[in-house]
Design a protein around this ligand. Structure first.
Ligand SMILES: *Cc1c(COP(=O)(O)O)cnc(C)c1O
Length: 449
């Protein structure tokens, strides 16, 4: 059985200076300590408390622009559809929508969030293996840009729903290219054994079937091979080459193909990874799909939002175990589940100015939840962190707040957006009252004697 504790690495961890050097929105200020853009994180903790997610608006804008520019420089006609599951904060979606981004959604809730944030339906793509009748109907009512179908059964269902509404659904087929993205098994999606997409060998026949069904307008092909892709472009190139080949074959048969959806998955350096750059990704798209001359779509989530966020937490106490120091935080696996779920490594920076230069010793950083898996890291070089000291988990802007739960009856953490020197609470901390308020106890249980 796998250990419930985080992986131990065989290369040294990056030090605080390395972590800061690669994250231009974070600076260590001599008086204010750790500062995001122009806001000292200690000010946010003082007013909002902890744990709190804090996002940098400038970083979200800069990273969206970097991807867009790389696609333009490669000579591609491309649209960016931010994967809302990475961060579905209305403020974040509003900000990215204002930058021109669309959204990639995988549920009714995310579709509603994207629309509520002001992202027009004609920039939204609906992905996912299990869309219900109701979700398909809502997408069509809204006038969605594209639905990515993932099975023959789903194609039939979309046709039925569209016909019953007198609508025409714009549908792309998500292909399972059976390529290895060489990422963590839990976030690999492009292997034949994964639940996603339509087997490559079945896709042409299904596309032809789609063209003959009422209520469906075939739009093109989609592919998404996994998340946190850091080990080169080979997986992407193989997947896009297969898409190109299939698109060509479909067009040769006289079937309409309007655009191609390249998915997301571009990785970020959490520790010392060296993922492909946006230019490399754009280059691979250009080399494989460019000759077809069709518009392309990208669905990045993590690459845009991950580095833009931190999770701010306070030390509850330091527990001196036998030969071990445990730093117990008020944040836990219910807030940031990535270490427990994917053995993920997150940089952890102390926030106080003196703590960034204090002597270091190994510490296990844990949360208060009653699970051994509630361990963020083991043996991390950290300064003395007395009760009340603040720390920031880096790169927590994607798959952070969206994956959190209320396990151990812990209210959902607050969220804050920093924009230059301004900042605002974008999601107040859930109250204990709210946590209990949506439950009902049947009368027949009586009262406790
Ligand atoms: C999750 C997902 C994405 C975004 O993945 P990232 O690794 O965050 O870029 C894009 N497209 C689809 C279909 C997804 O499921």
């Amino acid at each position: 059985m796998a250990s419930p504790l985080p992986a131990v690495h065989d290369t040294p961890d990056p030090d605080f200076a390395d972590l800061l050097a690669r994250r231009p929105h974070l600076k260590a200020h001599a008086l204010d300590g750790l500062v995001m853009d122009d806001v000292p994180l200690v000010n946010i903790a003082r007013e909002v408390g902890t744990p709190t997610w804090v996002y940098s608006a400038a970083t979200l804008r800069r990273r969206h622009a970097a991807l867009r520019d790389a696609l333009i420089e490669a000579g591609l006609k491309a649209t960016i559809h931010f994967a809302a599951k990475a961060n579905d904060s209305l403020a974040v979606l509003r900000l990215l929508g204002a930058e021109g981004a669309g959204a990639d959604v995988v549920s009714e809730g995310e579709l509603r969030a994207a629309r509520a944030a002001g992202i027009p339906a004609d920039r939204i793509v609906f992905s996912g293996v299990g869309k219900s009748h109701r979700e398909i109907a809502l997408a069509l009512e809204e006038g969605i840009f594209q639905i990515n179908a993932e099975s023959a059964e789903e194609v039939e269902r979309i046709s039925e729903v569209a016909v019953s509404m007198g609508a025409t659904a714009p549908v792309s087929l998500r292909i399972n290219p059976d390529v290895d993205a060489r990422t963590h098994a839990k976030i690999s999606t492009g292997l034949a054994e994964n639940k996603f997409g339509i087997a490559y060998s079945d896709a042409a026949a299904l596309y032809a079937r789609m063209a003959s069904l009422p209520g469906i307008r075939p739009i093109g092909l989609a592919v998404h091979i996994g998340s946190q892709i850091t080990e080169g472009m080979a997986g992407y190139r193989a997947a896009y080459s297969r898409v190109a080949e299939l698109a060509q074959a479909l067009m040769a048969r006289g079937l309409p193909v309007e655009r191609l959806d390249c998915g997301g998955g571009l990785g970020i350096p959490y520790r010392d990874e060296a993922p492909p750059t946006p230019a490399a990704l754009a280059g691979a798209i250009k080399a494989t799909l460019g000759p077809l001359g069709l518009p392309v779509m990208l669905e990045p989530g993590r690459w845009i939002a991950g580095p833009a966020g931190v999770l701010l937490a306070s030390v509850v106490l330091q527990k001196r175990g036998q030969n071990r120091r445990f730093v117990v935080l008020d944040a836990a696996m219910n807030d940031l589940v990535r270490p427990a779920m994917y053995e993920a490594w997150h940089g952890i920076l102390p926030v106080a100015p003196d703590a960034l230069h204090a002597p270091l010793s190994p510490a296990d950083v844990v949360g208060p939840v009653c699970e051994t898996g509630d361990t963020f890291t083991r043996g991390r070089a950290l300064p003395d962190l007395p009760p009340g000291a603040l720390v920031a988990f880096l790169d927590a802007g994607a798959y952070g707040a969206t994956m959190s739960s209320t396990y151990n009856a812990r209210p959902l953490a607050a969220e804050v957006l920093v924009d230059g020197a301004r900042w605002a609470v974008t999601r107040p901390r859930q109250t204990h009252e709210a946590l209990l308020a949506n439950q009902l106890v049947p009368d027949w249980l009586g009262t406790t004697a």
